[in-house]
Design a protein around this ligand. Sequence first.
Ligand code: DGT
Ligand code: CA
Ligand code: CA
Ligand code: ZN
Length: 580
Amino acid sequence: MDKPGIIRILDEMGTLLELQGANPFKSRAFQNAARAVEGITADLGELISSGELLEVRGVGKSIAVIIKDLHATGTSDEYRELRKSFPDGVVQMLSIPGLGPKKVKAIYEKLKISNLEDLEQAIKEDRIAELDGFGSKTQDNILKGLMALRTRSDKVLYPKARTSADRIFEGLGKERGVIRAEVAGSLRRRKEVVGDIDIVISAKKKDCAPLMEVFVNHADVTSIVAHGETKSSVILQGGINCDLRIVEDKEFAFALNYFTGSKEHNVEMRSRARKVGLSLNEYGFSHLHAEETRGKAKQLVQCKTESDLYKALGLCYIDPELRENLGEIEAAEKNALPKLIEEKDIRGTFHCHTTYSDGANSVQEMASAAQKLGWEYLGIADHSKGAVYAGGLSDARAKEQVKEIDAINEKSKGFRIFKGTECDILPTGDLDWSEKTLALFEYVVVSVHSNFKMTESEMTKRVVKALKHKRTTMLGHPTGRLLLSRDGYPIDMIKVIDAASDYGKMIEINSHPSRLDLDWRLCKYAREKGVTVSINPDAHSATSLSDVSFGVGAARKGWLSAKNVFNTRSSREISEMLRR
Ligand code: DGT
Ligand code: CA
Ligand code: CA
Ligand code: ZN
């Protein structure tokens, strides 16, 4: 388990102890330990193995053991015990804004309320207000908090859900009795944020119950929401929900298709089926009209795979990423779906940072890592001088870096570093570098990093002006959004894409999992306008070069083929394009 996960569990344990009415020093010790772990800058794994963790102020012996377990296995006996001592609903109450452990304890013990529904009911009956130390004002606040909790989005970023799903899937998929197994839902569709994990398995009837046992007893499961023979639902470490369905193998294609969704895609599929007199659900086809069933019940289409299912409806296979009911069914009918880009099409990438600005690795280290990924080239793009918060280069340092890259390129065969910069777009829409410094680079990524508070039309004008600059090659993270934490600045992306098209400029898909900006929903429009996209990792370390794979996912969701993407070209083609 990583540091943020450990901090969260320590905090939760402190709260649970408070709820239990334990010695206040004990619960505070957990909260202190959480703050102490937060403050650790060294590598946590090393601190643990060297025993230095005990020297960290605020971490006592027994908590050090818990941290060690959490780090190594993702869970700890103490944590599981503590979690078990309260119903899940009581723990959920703790996440209601404005409702602390003392109050939850009173509600649970005095009114025997252990879930949110009963809590809401009790509020309606004015029973909370009557509790000692509560009153009607407190009751109103709890109701407000409860409503806020209901509407809060509990989504997680794609990689977090992917990692959790892989951990469950790894063991479960190989269990005896599993015939076929697949991750479905928004995760299979590669949505940038995911609500919960859905897994579909096919097995013989007799194997269902034992498989379900394995699932609900997985080490990552923190609580069980529902446990049945063919469907179960659990909460995993980190708070993400995971649903499992087990079906018979002849139903597998139907169940996988249904649980992959999206809901909107499913609705379209069902209405298509109806047009040919069939009813479609997660188990198979059936005849729509009872009178037609007579005499031909046995003739229903069997579908072994999803391809068979689509074929039965007169469609060619639709990749999961496209199943958002955004025209994929009509295109599949005409056999007009694009051949989607794949990770192996990528031959290098642009927009990477080094120790010259705020990156963690040197130019050489970044280049070596790119070569290890099998790439032919790498574009470096450190920050421009105005980006002081990110170690922006001075003009002199920019010159030095360009020299260093030339020297490395001279020595290396079959690999090429492209000299670039990530140049700030000033509030006026001008570029941060002088013409003279801009001329040092082979390409220029322009990005907004400051003065976000502009009106939509001002911001659009600013970015369009930067795109128009003759030295500009591509636009970086076009909206500045951080998924689940910060909305992008207001900007008219249609106008921006139109401008890129008019000026012959590119737009990046920033592949950092919390950016994925250009949004995939706009890729199709960019493609129609002939705007080439560059899938860039915005890597600040050698390891994050692999974030490019998330960008490939976004590009696939956006209907892009290899030919729509800049960094599927060969090194020579890239050189020529940049020279022009
Ligand atoms: P999420 O989990 O919110 O990120 O998104 P999904 O798409 O994974 O949604 P989820 O987990 O609620 O359900 C998985 C799939 O099951 C969904 O994509 C389509 C199918 N499904 C669920 N509920 C319905 C429904 O009411 N109608 C239809 N047609 N399909 C449904
Ligand atoms: Ca889901
Ligand atoms: Ca689900
Ligand atoms: Zn940037």
